[in-house]
Write a protein that binds this ligand. Sequence first.
Ligand SMILES: Cc1cc2nc3c(=O)[nH]c(=O)nc-3n(C[C@H](O)[C@H](O)[C@H](O)COP(=O)(O)OP(=O)(O)OC[C@H]3O[C@@H](n4cnc5c(N)ncnc54)[C@H](O)[C@@H]3O)c2cc1C
Length: 305
Amino acid sequence: MDFTLSNEQRAWQMTARKFAEEEIRPISLERDDIDDPRAAFDWQIIKKGSKLGFRTMAVPKEWGGHGTDFVTQALVMAELAKGDSAISKTFSQCWKWSHLIAATCSEEQKRRFLKPFLEDDTFLLGKGISEPSAGSDNRLPPEDPKAGLKLKAERHGEEWILNGEKCFIANASVGKLFFIDARTDPNAPLRQGTTMFLVPHDTPGLRIGKVFNKSGWRFYQNGEMIFENARVPHANVVGPVNGSDMKTHAAGDRTGGDLFGDLELAANALGVCDDACVMALTLARTKTQAGRALFEQQLIQLKLN
Ligand SMILES: Cc1cc2nc3c(=O)[nH]c(=O)nc-3n(C[C@H](O)[C@H](O)[C@H](O)COP(=O)(O)OP(=O)(O)OC[C@H]3O[C@@H](n4cnc5c(N)ncnc54)[C@H](O)[C@@H]3O)c2cc1C
């Protein structure tokens, strides 16, 4: 098998490396030191990265995006993560969900949502599945209808009324559009009673609650989304009613954008590890201890080997 990167892949990798080194790394620690996670977010870095294509790189070319493949996305993810793994995740949320729009939405929905997404450097995406008492249950759903997410949607004419709460949702406080899984048949098991909706952030009846504080990933906005009689048009239903296949934010569907959920986490960790090794090697080569370079100490050699 030939693992040689194409010129295009190499170009994306180099652009991401330069951006991580020159733009992300200088702000990373200072952002993470801010106690309030909402204040840790920085639109400037998102706008700069967006202009280089890091927000829209997964949108197919026929819809005006860059149409990058999964290998390119993993390469970019690893490079951005070397600068800051939370900032890279903020961008990659957009890859997964713009890919999902392109793969599963109707032509009319694509026109309505992909166009503004492509045009606006501050248009971020997210997906809400988890709830305060429904996390793992959504991934391996038991047949019991009582298990799994509870946020419910009821149809009233051409609108759906959503009530309930999501939590830990990435980009919750900064996103402009979310895929939301809601229970539309409470008597059916999760997979047969759930519908997926596209929900814009300014939907009446939707508000953002707290943004969860995390150590090391403060920039990444995992927040609560609270639905109180939130009104979503029927035109925003994705796929058939009761037909959400429960694509999760991390795993799930093996053919659509969610495949990248697993890849992105691995690529993110790879970038962090890669950079940690480089930093450790640099220190070992430059710092002297007991009259010798750290690198010359056998214990250090064994650790870094
Ligand atoms: C950084 C981050 C980003 C996230 N982003 C999103 C997002 O964008 N959108 C979204 O919808 N969600 C998101 N989540 C939520 C994530 O999907 C859930 O945290 C995950 O599904 C686990 O659910 P939970 O936290 O409720 O834990 P629980 O499901 O309560 O699990 C707690 C513990 O119990 C164990 N456990 C659970 N069930 C069983 C069982 N049946 N048998 C044995 N052990 C069990 C688990 O392994 C775990 O150790 C995010 C979470 C994090 C940390």
